[in-house]
Design a protein around this ligand. Structure first.
Ligand code: CLF
Ligand code: SF4
Length: 482
């Protein structure tokens, strides 16, 4: 099968870029010209479309416990670190249990659009369990998008099967294309019964990854590349990784920060390898986004995550409890409603950009937003578990990432959490939220950060345009009185 490879390179002027402004493409990079059929392929996928991630949910089924390589950032007692944040999966599922669980969640959650297999090991290390699950999901819930994440070592052997099963979204984790750098990340791989180490292992892994990416790209599968940014090892090198995967038809690049908490017992955690700072990550993503489509809204999910990205929900009732029938009509209705909401948000975004185009200062502003989704400022400061970070500058308004925080309010305000929140807000001048109490507002003001709740429930871009407009008016007034 052969299909055109989707261009990975943005083609429109960065002067019009807004997070997800392609109508569905990923946020934070210049708006790419995506063919209509591909826009359709990503419009309900929360990872492939920044715009969709406020409306659509994904769930992972943990049917793949085995792995065929070792990464220095992974401890097998925990979730796959390349597609999840560390924390043991609550249960490993058989294909039977996985299908029952998906149907139980789908029956209760019309937002569910994607089922992914992302560990806790590698989805293709023991492929029969993965394929059995995908095959049965394709038959029982055909409107759900099937997605898979892999380290790529076994990908060339299984690309045809994935295509035949209707999998059109595959993530491959590529941390290095230079084997001397790869050898610092992967101590060994197990390839068709052979155990390889060092540079030889890293070269073989790279070659297999590239072969698999090319095969899927030629078949029209949308390939996302995940890369773990490891300061001092592959941070600079990820520019070259990006060039390699782009040349082979990858659709999207997701650069994620290393997680190296020593409590997880990983090699990097125990040897003191530090993760990148938020500023280092953003700088690299900005650099890559000049030429490529970059994902910035990844939440490094658990291998059994369920829900909206950044707003995972609790486990559903066990599927053995009588499950209501899957209601495709409810999901179709929800998608129609979301289509209308997305159109409304796009209009609001365009109006906001037009309004502030002439008055944005040369220095970009970083603004933190408390949002539960839908593109609106709709969360209390004290309830937020993350900030969405937007940048307003001459290029427009861009979503540039999220920063996790400890929830400030758990009945009472937590002063310790507030101090860590202040550190997380490094570089941010304003926080927009639906409501804020006097104590946190005053503490942030002492640190030079303004918290505003008077834009509550506005679209984010509308509020930012209002903010910038106020600021411009106040600067004009000061200039006149000077
Ligand atoms: Fe899961 Fe991955 Fe599919 Fe998404 S997650 S298999 S592409 S459905 Fe998404 Fe989670 Fe980031 Fe992965 S936010 S870790 S990128
Ligand atoms: Fe761990 Fe995933 Fe790497 Fe395997 S591919 S070692 S499960 S991070």
């Amino acid at each position: 099968m052969s299909a055109p490879v989707i261009p990975f390179t943005p083609t429109t002027s960065p002067a019009r870029r807004v997070g997800g402004a392609c109508g569905s493409g990923c946020g934070g990079s210049a708006a790419p010209a995506i063919p209509a059929a591909v826009q359709d392929q990503i419009r309900a996928h929360p990872c492939y479309s920044e715009e969709a991630h406020g409306y659509f949910a994904r769930m992972h089924v943990a049917v793949a416990p085995a792995c065929n390589i070792q990464c220095h950032y992974c401890n097998r007692k925990y979730d796959c670190s390349n597609e999840s944040r560390p924390g043991v999966v609550s249960e490993r599922l058989t294909p039977d249990a996985a299908v029952a669980k998906v149907l139980a969640v789908a029956a209760r959650m019309p937002q569910l659009s994607v089922v992914g297999i992302a560990g806790p090991g590698d989805a293709l290390a023991d492929p029969e369990r993965t394929f059995d699950t995908l095959r049965r999901l394709r038959e029982t819930a055909p409107d759900l998008i099937l997605c898979l994440s892999t380290n790529g070592l076994a990908l060339p052997d299984h690309a045809e099967t994935l295509i035949a099963l209707g999998v059109r979204h595959v993530t491959v984790t590529v941390n290095a294309v230079d084997p001397t750098i790869g050898a610092q990340i992967y101590p060994w791989i197990a390839d068709q019964g052979r155990r390889l180490t060092g540079v030889e292992a890293a070269r073989r892994l790279r070659d297999r990854q590239m072969e698999g990416i090319e095969a899927l790209g030629q078949a029209g599968v949308l390939i996302k590349i995940n890369s773990v940014m490891i300061p001092g090892i592959n941070d600079e090198h990820l520019v070259e990784v990006n060039e390699w995967v782009r040349a082979r038809g990858a659709f999207l690049h997701n650069v994620m920060p290393l997680i190296s908490d020593p409590r997880h017992g990983t090699h990097f955690g125990l040897t003191g390898q530090r993760p990148p700072t938020a500023a280092e990550l953003k700088t690299l993503q900005d650099r890559l986004s000049v030429d490529a489509r970059i994902m910035r809204h990844c939440r490094q999910c658990r291998a059994d995550a369920i829900g909206l990205l950044g707003d995972d929900c609790a486990e559903p009732a066990p599927p053995t409890v009588a499950t209501p029938p899957v209601d495709d009509a409810a999901r179709r209705h929800y998608r129609d409603v979301v289509d209308g909401l997305m159109d409304e948000r796009r209009s609001a975004r365009t109006a906001a950009e037009d309004r502030l185009h002439a008055m944005i200062p040369d220095d970009a502003l970083l603004i933190a937003v408390c949002s539960r989704g839908g593109g609106r400022i709709n969360q209390h400061f004290g309830h937020a578990k993350e900030f969405q970070i937007f940048e307003a500058g001459r290029d427009g308004i861009r979503f540039v990432g999220h920063r996790r925080i400890e929830r400030y309010c758990n009945g009472d305000g937590d002063d310790d959490a507030l101090e860590t929140i202040l550190a997380v807000l490094d570089g941010v001048g304003t926080v927009l939220c639906a409501k804020v109490g006097r104590c946190p507002s005053e503490r942030l003001a002492e640190a030079g950060i303004t918290v505003r709740d008077d834009f509550a429930f506005e679209y984010i871009e509308t509020a930012i345009a209002g903010l910038v407009s106020e600021r411009a008016a106040s600067e004009r007034t000061s200039a006149r009185s000077a």
